[in-house]
Every structure is written in structure tokens, then in C-alpha cells.
Ligand binder design. Structure first.
Ligand code: ACO
Length: 326
């Protein structure tokens, strides 16, 4: 193997809005129950942003924590990448709002929109920019305020989502080119627009001129999610000649406990190596993977040198996986 530039995680941060909404509280608003939600999804509660608390506010708080843990100042960052489907405004990019609030100074800044797959897409994109030398230190943030695009009258969707943000600082370092290197080691991304109508928002600047609300065919999403996540995890691990069951941690997108369990079972990854936060956070779309990473890290479970497989799927459908050594 020849030396290779790796994108190594040096800091992780998270932010959840203060307000916690339980299933019982939701059942006062729509015809649902704590037991229905728990049984079907594993969700117990979600965090919901306060009025005036924007996606960029959550992103900035998560980014500050990640920077502090990386021992970096905002001015040392030359790429800000925000994965989000709930930007502050249609434009400019929420990444530029983050940049302004953080004071990174001039840096590359962009948003990436791949819904729930946004974070694996963003990490893969940032890794490519670091590898080719366009940037050296990146803030890769997943931040969402899905509460703003939910139809709070629709019990089939409003119980599933929450708000939050997670961030990683990743830095270019020379590696040996082997599987023992720290950093992002492999990735696979995919999308299939034939499924556009199974999970979408019924508004947008060029269609209705409104923000719109999330609409979903839950059964179709479930069916495709399991098959796509399994295939993508296998493809990514296959790049390194390992089986998914050999990773230290599986950090899937946190949409639904049943999807996660079905995928882990097929991949032969034991339960104790699966990071599960859907019970506490619900589905925070692009923020769910970095939030889960932060939980595992701050609880002392995820350690330097651990092999981590992150996999996600969302609207489009778009999906993918990233394999990295922490
Ligand atoms: N409370 C009580 N009853 C409900 C609720 C609710 N919150 N929501 C739906 N129901 C009812 C339905 O109206 C239906 O009633 P009916 O039989 O009288 O018509 C019944 O429950 C069954 O509805 P289904 O949609 O068939 O329920 P299902 O068992 O498929 O579970 C769920 C729904 C949880 C959404 C499931 O399909 C699922 O997990 N899908 C995956 C979707 C997902 O995770 N999406 C997240 C976004 S996508 C992503 O991030 C990958």
C-alpha cells in the first residue's frame, strides 16, 4: 500500500434543543399513544427547537463544541459543510450563516442536501476535498429543524422526527494507506430518484413557492431502507476486504429501532456494538449520525482506533455508508 492522505476526526460536538417533547405530550395533540410510538419505532421522546432557534444556531453550538475538543480555533477551518434539508433560508447556504456566527473567516462554505443520508454524503464529500488538497481542516455538520416542516396534524409523520445538530472536525493527515490508518477509509453513496414520491416535502421555491410539509409512504420507506442499508454497508466494508460484523461500532441513521435491528441482524453485527439513540432523539435526519457519534464518544464507548461503520438512507431515495477509524 502507498501512503495516502486521510481525513481524521479530531473533535466531535452536539447540540439538542432544551425542550423535550414526550410521546404522552404528543398524544394530547394527535390521536396516538406512547405504546404505539414505542412499539413501532422505539422513540420515547424528541427535542424541539424553540421559537427563533434556527438550524444555524444548533449547528454553531455543535461546531463550537467540536472545535474546542479538537483544540482548534474557528479561523483554522477552511471548509464548512452543513448537511441539512431545513436551511435557515432558501439561500444563502446555512453554512455561510454558521461561518458568520462562528467567525471562521474566509473559507469554503456550502450546504449539502441528501435528507437523512446527508451526513454520509457530506463526510464523503469533505474527505474528497481534503484528499485532493482543496482544504485541510473541515467542519462537517449535520443540523436540522424538522419540526418546522412537519404537519402537526398528521400522526403518521409528526411523531417520528426531532431537531438537533452534530459536528465533526476532520483534518488531513498522511496515512500509510492501510486499514490500520485513522480517518475515513471507505465510502459508498447511491441514490435512486424513481422513489422520489415515497418521502418528500410537498412544497418548495420552484414548485409551490411555499416551504411545505413532509409526506411519507412509511411502508415503502421501511422496505427499501433495510435492503439498501444492508447492501451499502456490505459494499463499503468490502472495499477494505472486511465483513460488517468485524466493525467495533455500527452507527446507523436513527429513524426507527425496527429498521436498525433488522439491518444489524442481517449484517451479523451484535446488538451491543450498535449505537442507538432513536429512543431519545427520534429521527433528526442529517444530524442523527453525528449526534449518535457524540453520544457514544461522550459516554466513553467510542475510543480512538475503533472501526466505525455509519450508514444512512433518506428521501430520494439517497443512501450510503462511510467506514472510518476513530
Ligand atoms: N399513532 C397511532 N396510530 C397510527 C400512527 C400513530 N402515530 N400512525 C399511523 N397509525 C395508524 C395508521 O393510521 C394505520 O391505521 P389503520 O390500520 O386504521 O389504517 C395503522 O396505524 C398502521 O399504519 P401503518 O403506516 O401501516 O403502520 P406501520 O406498522 O407500517 O408503522 C411506521 C408506521 C412506523 C411509519 C413504519 O411504516 C415505519 O417505520 N416506516 C419507516 C419510515 C421511517 O422510519 N421514516 C423515517 C423517515 S425516512 C428515513 O429517515 C429513512
Amino acid at each position: 500500500m502507498s501512503p495516502r492522505r486521510r481525513s481524521v476526526v479530531t473533535g466531535v460536538g452536539a447540540r439538542l434543543p432544551e425542550r423535550v417533547v414526550t410521546n404522552d405530550e404528543l398524544s394530547e395533540r394527535v390521536d396516538t399513544s406512547d405504546s404505539w410510538i414505542r412499539e413501532r419505532t422505539g422513540i420515547r421522546q424528541r427535542h424541539i427547537a424553540a421559537e427563533g432557534e434556527l438550524t444555524s444556531d444548533l449547528a454553531v453550538a455543535a461546531a463550537r463544541q467540536a472545535l474546542e475538543r479538537a483544540g482548534r480555533r474557528p479561523g483554522e477551518i477552511d471548509l464548512v459543510l452543513v448537511a441539512t434539508s431545513t436551511p435557515d433560508n432558501t439561500f444563502p447556504a446555512t453554512a455561510t450563516a454558521v461561518q458568520r456566527k462562528l467567525g471562521t473567516g474566509p473559507a469554503m462554505a456550502l450546504d449539502l442536501q441528501a435528507v437523512c443520508a446527508g451526513y454520509v454524503y457530506a463526510l464523503t464529500t469533505a474527505e474528497a476535498l481534503l484528499r485532493c488538497g482543496r482544504a485541510r481542516r473541515a467542519l462537517v455538520i449535520g443540523a436540522e429543524t424538522f419540526s418546522r416542516i412537519l404537519d402537526w396534524e398528521d400522526r403518521a409523520t409528526c411523531v417520528l422526527f426531532g431537531d438537533g445538530a452534530g459536528a465533526l472536525v476532520i483534518e488531513a493527515e498522511e496515512g500509510t494507506g492501510t486499514v490500520l490508518d485513522r480517518g475515513i477509509l471507505a465510502a459508498a453513496l447511491s441514490a435512486d430518484g424513481r422513489h422520489y414520491g415515497h418521502l418528500y416535502v410537498d412544497g418548495g421555491p420552484s414548485s409551490t413557492g411555499t416551504v411545505g410539509h413532509l409526506r411519507m409512504n412509511g411502508r415503502e420507506v421501511f422496505r427499501h431502507a433495510v435492503a439498501a442499508l444492508v447492501a451499502s454497508a456490505r459494499e463499503t466494508c468490502g472495499e477494505l476486504g472486511i465483513a460488517p460484523g468485524e466493525v467495533d461500532w455500527f452507527v446507523p441513521h436513527q429513524a426507527n429501532r425496527r429498521i436498525i435491528e433488522a439491518v444489524a441482524k442481517r449484517l451479523e453485527i451484535p446488538e451491543e456494538r450498535v449505537v442507538m439513540t432513536v429512543d431519545r432523539h427520534a429521527n433528526t435526519s442529517a444530524a442523527s449520525i453525528p449526534l449518535a457519534l457524540e453520544c457514544a464518544w461522550s459516554e466513553g464507548r467510542l475510543r480512538r482506533g475503533d472501526l466505525v461503520l455509519a450508514s444512512a438512507i433518506g428521501g430520494g431515495f439517497a443512501w450510503g455508508s462511510v467506514l472510518l477509524r476513530w
